[in-house]
Design a protein around this ligand. Structure first.
Ligand SMILES: Cc1cc2nc3c(=O)[nH]c(=O)nc-3n(C[C@H](O)[C@H](O)[C@H](O)COP(=O)(O)OP(=O)(O)OC[C@H]3O[C@@H](n4cnc5c(N)ncnc54)[C@H](O)[C@@H]3O)c2cc1C
Length: 467
């Protein structure tokens, strides 16, 4: 039995952000992730938009945390060295009869405390976004909307949390939580833990853990969203993230640039039975295409480099369920965190960490280190640094991923980091090797070889240490 102060279940954006916030306190914190890597659930498959906050119903936790989270990204991305672009967003109206709905959304945003909202006409739309359908008559412009890489943001939070003392376990599935002698006994595939407090950040499985410990029950109704990802040659096609009017199923199909230069088209909103069903389907992708064409009439499907899907943790209460369960002391939920959960994550993490630290009477860590350095691109390094790498590790300057220009050195660095990559997907999310137009068809073998080399020496080193 391993004793810890706080055990976090789930290494998505909520779990990793909460881990970083908790690492500001003198607490022994452990995060358990069932997959081989963190950022494997909703946090890896979404539209990557920092929402303005006009879409959520006033008075809901979604609205409150969206607006608060949005305002935290500027500072956080500087501390964590994660690229962020305030690219604005537009919601389009295709006929005069839809314009009052834009105004209703604007008013809703104002009630939520959102600033920088205005309705713009055809000429202004054309000036800002010349590739948007000519059938558009007006749009709601939100200046406070942005884009970032959800992988880089989640991983940077995790790495910084680890640098500040949080222990991350991957391939560590939690399967049972119960209260015994005022502690939580947490059973997992890597052993049993005894925790003073538990943070339930298990995404689409948050209801399972809540319902094990509390009589106040919830149900997650998984809702899938499918996407196309378009090649970087369209990087300059759109500046803003472009929406259609929302429906009761969500914000509808979006066309959004990514910070890395690709373009996202999607998602669908389909209620499904299986929470792990991230398959794409012919019908789903047809819907994405036909709906995307309303925004971008020449939508070039032939340049799609990938299709993928994510599953939203839609809660039967239709809102986030946050904080300590009323009848399960020291058990904290981040349940039903669907969109705008990425935007809300920093504010949710801050509040959860505050609540946990107060309940445990934890003191602040005086030597908390907020600054984190992302892996620099070899290309962007100073000549002196490049020469040092070439001398110390000859061959590491060689480009492995031709599409994205990623060197052996960057791939090694992604593996060597505190919560380092263990799979090709993990490398992709950290340094983009394999994310380009060939989707790792040309570099997968080489990446695997580097993984094998690095991990063999890491495990040999760990084995020696424990001898
Ligand atoms: C299609 C789609 C589009 C979206 N678009 C946006 C957007 O543009 N902007 C925005 O703000 N939000 C968006 N969201 C919402 C956002 O992605 C989520 O709210 C956010 O990622 C939730 O993070 P999380 O950490 O709660 O969940 P997750 O990322 O799902 O993380 C939960 C983790 O828990 C792990 N886990 C589960 N069970 C166990 C267990 N038994 N033991 C150990 N670990 C376990 C999982 O493997 C997973 O890694 C979108 C979501 C989807 C699906």
């Amino acid at each position: 039995m391993i004793d810890v102060d706080v055990l976090i279940v789930g290494g998505g954006i909520i779990g990793c952000s909460a881990a970083r916030e908790l690492s500001k306190f003198n607490l022994n914190v452990v995060l358990m992730e069932k997959e081989t890597d963190i950022c494997s659930g909703q946090s890896k498959a979404n539209t990557a938009i920092i929402h303005g906050g006009y879409d959520a119903k006033p008075g809901t936790l979604k609205a409150r945390y969206n607006v608060r989270g949005n305002r935290m990204f500027g500072r956080l991305c500087k501390e964590l060295d994660v690229p962020l672009r305030w690219n604005t967003s537009l919601v389009l109206a295709f006929s005069e009869k839809d314009v009052p709905q834009l105004e209703a959304l604007r008013q809703q945003g104002i009630r939520n405390g959102v600033t920088g909202l205005s309705i713009i006409g055809r000429d202004e739309i054309n000036r800002r976004e010349p590739h948007v359908s000519k059938k558009t008559v007006a749009a709601l412009l939100s200046k406070q909307s942005g884009i970032l890489s959800p992988f880089k943001f989640t991983i940077a939070n995790a790495e910084n949390a680890a640098e500040n003392g949080v222990v991350f376990h991957r391939n560590a599935e939690v399967f049972g939580i119960k209260r015994e002698e005022s502690k939580w006994i947490v059973k997992s595939t890597i052993g049993t833990f005894r925790a003073k407090a538990v943070l339930n950040c298990a995404g689409v499985y948050t209801d399972t853990f809540n319902n094990q410990v509390s009589a106040v029950r919830y149900e997650i109704l998984p809702r899938r969203g499918q996407y196309y990802l378009l090649d970087k040659k369209y990087a300059k096609q759109f500046h803003a993230s472009i929406f259609q009017l929302p429906t009761h199923m969500g914000k509808g199909t979006v066309i959004s640039p990514t910070v890395d230069g690709t373009v996202l088209v999607g998602p669908t909103a389909e209620d499904i039975m299986n929470r792990d069903d991230t398959r794409t389907t012919v019908e789903g992708l047809k819907k994405v295409f036909s709906s995307g064409k309303k925004i971008w009439e020449e939508l070039p499907l032939q340049d799609a480099i990938k299709s993928f899907a994510g599953v939203r943790a839609h809660c039967n209460q239709n809102d986030f369920i946050l904080g300590e369960a009323p009848d399960a002391p020291f058990f904290f939920n981040a349940l039903g965190v669907e969109s705008p959960g990425l935007t809300a994550a920093p504010a949710i993490a801050l509040d959860l960490a505050r609540q946990v630290s107060e309940r445990l009477h934890a003191t602040c860590k005086m030597d908390f280190q907020p600054f984190h350095h992302s892996i620099p691109t070899f290309e962007g390094m100073r000549e002196k640094q490049k020469r040092r790498i070439c001398t110390e590790h000859p061959g590491d300057e060689v480009i492995v991923c031709q599409c994205e220009g990623v060197t052996r050195w960057e791939i090694r660095e992604a593996i060597r980091r505190p919560v380092g990559a263990r799979t090709i997907d993990g490398i992709k999310r950290r340094v983009r090797a394999g994310m380009g137009s060939c989707q790792a068809r040309l570099c997968a073998i080489q990446i695997n070889e580097i993984l094998e080399e690095e991990l063999t020496s890491t495990f040999a080193h760990t084995a020696l240490k424990f001898k």
